[in-house]
Design a protein around this ligand. Sequence first.
Ligand code: FMN
Length: 273
Amino acid sequence: MLNTKWLETELASESSGTAWEQFHECSKTGHYDIGLPTERVVEEMNGLYESLPYRNLASIALPDALAPVERGFAETVLGRITPSAIRPVSISLLALRTILHFAYGLTRDNHDNAHIHRAFRSVPSGGALYPLELYFYHSGFVEGLPPGIFHYSPEANALHQVSSGNCDDQLSRALVEFQRDLPSKLSVTIFITALFNRSVFKYRDKGYRFTLLEAGHVAQNINLGATALGLGVINLGGFHDRLIDDMLGLDGLNHSILYLNGLCARDDDDARG
Ligand SMILES: Cc1cc2nc3c(=O)[nH]c(=O)nc-3n(C[C@H](O)[C@H](O)[C@H](O)COP(=O)(O)O)c2cc1C
């Protein structure tokens, strides 16, 4: 069915309009779209890493256990708030591991499936393709971890340190001007990135939308996980994408930053991380 709103716009006749309007229209699933054959999907899926391997980097094991969650569901959902004053607080490795696991951890295997062996995660994913990766930066607030940028490997429950040392200045330059003071106030900055082809090979342009939707699922799990553990959390969209990609060593096209979450103290000063 043709969308009358679309026909009313200049776009229909003049191929003008903003990028988002063009993209939104062009990425709609059409009635006559033909999906990839199942064998091709299976072949592609079995060629995907669970997460980027970083084989040249030493693996840092995370604790096996999860931190006890003391807040109930309603209290957690309703208690999620962006703190009015952002300030850092010390965070245990156990609390950080718990938040990362809630965000994108493996929750069940796929051994019943004879063809596909990719495990399932804490968040839903279109086609169970899991196009996202997680990195984080801290300048010294995570107990037992040297300052630097780390990549999270959910399948190994481990980290890879992709760069070391204090990057507050670099992160500050990558944020939009009004919030350049944030890096020194955050305990941890989590970066949600996407390897777009993991979804786009199957869903084409709609797959790009899926990566954005899925980043929202991950971000909300970070929000709720942090809140449930008594930490503050802030969502950040005000950053210069290319500068964050440079920080993380991403090419910016196949693999790029989508979203940032900062962990900090709660306003009411009851952080129990
Ligand atoms: C996509 C998105 C991007 C955001 N970017 C920023 C940001 O760059 N800086 C900031 O201070 N807050 C940012 N926020 C937080 C919002 O300002 C905040 O969620 C909003 O004011 C509602 O307040 P609450 O989080 O306390 O409910 C962002 C939130 C979302 C969902």
